[in-house]
Design a protein around this ligand. Structure first.
Ligand code: CAA
Length: 382
C-alpha cells in the first residue's frame, strides 16, 4: 500500500491550497451572507484548470487524475463549501458523463468549453417527485417524426441551474419501460422553452445557486441525445458514483475547516486560568475530529484511486460520502460547542460550517441512499 501522493498530485493540492487560502477564504463569509454566486472565483478556477481536472487536455481539461481532483476539492471546500460544490458539479456531474458517453462531436462542442471553464454546467435529475427515487422521472421526451425531441417537465434543486450554460438532463421517454425508459440529453440552457425558477433560499451553501428548471415544449435536435435512448438511468447512476467522491471531498473540507478553526480558537480562548485546549473536554473533541477526518480522507482517496485505476468504486464512493458527510456534521457541531456563545453568532465562521455541512448528507444521494447502495453491493458479494 502506498500512501504517498505523486509529485503531480502534491502540486495540484498546493495550487488549490494557495488559491483557497489567498483568494477564496477571505470572501467566504461575504459570499454566504450575500447569497452571492462567486463568479470571479469560478473564473479563477477556470484559469487554474479546476473545472475539468480529470478531463484530458485534448478536451480542454487539465489531464490530472481523480485523486488530484479530490485533493483540490478538499482544499477549496475548506475555504468555501459553496465554491466547492460549483466546482464539483462541473467536474463530476457534467464533464465526466459527457467524456464517458458523449460522441466526438459532443465532446468538441460541449466538453471542451465546459472542462476549460468557458461554460458552466448543471445536472438535472431530481424532480419534485423524483429525489431519492431517481427512476420515477416525470419529465417527458417525445421523439418527433423528423428525429427531433420535444421535452416537457420540471426539475428541482438543480445546483448551478440559474448560472449554467449547459445541462446534462434526464427525461422519461417510455414510462412503461421503467428505468430503461430514461434518456439523457445535453441541453443548452438558452434553448427556447427553458426557464429557471427563483433561486432556492437555503440553510447553507448559500453562494451555490440552485433552482427549479421548467421545460416547456423544448425542442432538441437528435444529436442532443447523450448515450443511447433508454440508457439514461445507467448514465445517471454511474455519474453519481463519481460525484459522491467529490461530495465526500467537499465534506472533508468542511470538517477540516471546523477542526482548524476550533483548534486556533481553543489555543487562544482562556477559561479557568488556561487556554481551553488544555481542558481535556475540549482536547478530546479535537482529537476525535482529527482522527475521523483522517479516516474519511482515506476512504475518499481510496474511492478516487479505484476510479483512476478503472476498478469498481461505487461501493467505496458511497462509503466515503456516507462517512465523510457524517464526520463533517459531527465536526461542525462540536466546533460550535467549542466556540460556545461565539459559535452561535455569525461573527465567527463555525455556524457557517454547521449550515454548510448538512447538505452533504442530502445531495447526490442521502445517507440513507448511500447505505442502500453499499448494502446492494454487499448483497451481490461486492
Ligand atoms: N452504475 C451503473 N448502473 C447502475 C448503477 C451504477 N452505479 N446503479 C444501478 N445501476 C443499474 C442497475 O444495474 C439496474 O440495471 P438492470 O436493470 O439492467 O439490471 C438499474 O440501474 C436499476 O438499478 P436499481 O434497481 O438498483 O435502481 P433503483 O430504482 O432501485 O434505484 C438507487 C437505486 C440507488 C436508490 C437510485 O435511485 C439512487 O441512487 N437514488 C439517489 C439519487 C441521487 O443520488 N440523486 C442526486 C441528485 S443529483 C444532485 O444532488 C446534484 C447536486 O445537487 C449537487
Amino acid at each position: 500500500m502506498n500512501f504517498t501522493p505523486t509529485e503531480e498530485q502534491l502540486a495540484v493540492q498546493k495550487t488549490a491550497r494557495e488559491f483557497a487560502q489567498n483568494e477564496v477564504l477571505p470572501k467566504a463569509a461575504e459570499i454566504d451572507r450575500e447569497h452571492r454566486h462567486p463568479a470571479e472565483l469560478v473564473k479563477r478556477m477556470a484559469e487554474l484548470g479546476f473545472l475539468g481536472i480529470a478531463i484530458p487536455e485534448t478536451y480542454g481539461g487539465s489531464g490530472f487524475d481523480h485523486v488530484s481532483y479530490a485533493l483540490a476539492m478538499e482544499e477549496i471546500s475548506r475555504a468555501c463549501a459553496s465554491t466547492g460544490v460549483i466546482m464539483s458539479v462541473n467536474n463530476s456531474l457534467v464533464c465526466d458523463p459527457i467524456y464517458r458517453f458523449g460522441t466526438e462531436a459532443q465532446k468538441k462542442e460541449w466538453l471542451t468549453p465546459l472542462a476549460s471553464g468557458k461554460l458552466l454546467g448543471c445536472f438535472a435529475l431530481s424532480e419534485p417527485e423524483a429525489g431519492s427515487d431517481a427512476a420515477a422521472q416525470k419529465t417527458t421526451a417525445e421523439k418527433q417524426s423528423d428525429g427531433t425531441w420535444i421535452l416537457q417537465g420540471t426539475k428541482n434543486w438543480i445546483t448551478n441551474g440559474p448560472v449554467a450554460d449547459v445541462c446534462v438532463l434526464f427525461t422519461m421517454n417510455d414510462k412503461a419501460a421503467g428505468h430503461k425508459g430514461i434518456t439523457a440529453f445535453i441541453l443548452p440552457m438558452k434553448t427556447k422553452g427553458v426557464r429557471c425558477g427563483t433561486p432556492d433560499e437555503k440553510l447553507g451553501i448559500r453562494g451555490s445557486k440552485s433552482s427549479q428548471i421548467f421545460l416547456d415544449d423544448v425542442r432538441l435536435p437528435a444529436d442532443a441525445l447523450l448515450g443511447e435512448v433508454g440508457g439514461g438511468f445507467k448514465i445517471a447512476m454511474s455519474t453519481l458514483d463519481g460525484g459522491r467522491i467529490g461530495i465526500a471531498a467537499q465534506a472533508l473540507g468542511i470538517a477540516r475547516a471546523a477542526l482548524e478553526d476550533s483548534l486556533a480558537y481553543a489555543q487562544q480562548r482562556r477559561t479557568f486560568g488556561k487556554a481551553i485546549v488544555q481542558h481535556q473536554a475540549i482536547a478530546f473533541k479535537l482529537a476525535d475530529m482529527a482522527t475521523e477526518i483522517d479516516a474519511a480522507r482515506l476512504l475518499t482517496l481510496r474511492a478516487a484511486y479505484l476510479k483512476d485505476h478503472k476498478q469498481p468504486y461505487g461501493k467505496e464512493a458511497a462509503m466515503a460520502k456516507l462517512y465523510a458527510s457524517d464526520v463533517a456534521n459531527r465536526a461542525a457541531r462540536e466546533a460550535i460547542q467549542i466556540f460556545g456563545g461565539n459559535g452561535y453568532v455569525t461573527e465567527y465562521p463555525v455556524e457557517r460550517h454547521f449550515r454548510d455541512a448538512k447538505i452533504t448528507e442530502i445531495y447526490e444521494g442521502t445517507s440513507e441512499i448511500q447505505r442502500l447502495v453499499i448494502a446492494g453491493h454487499l448483497a451481490k458479494g461486492g
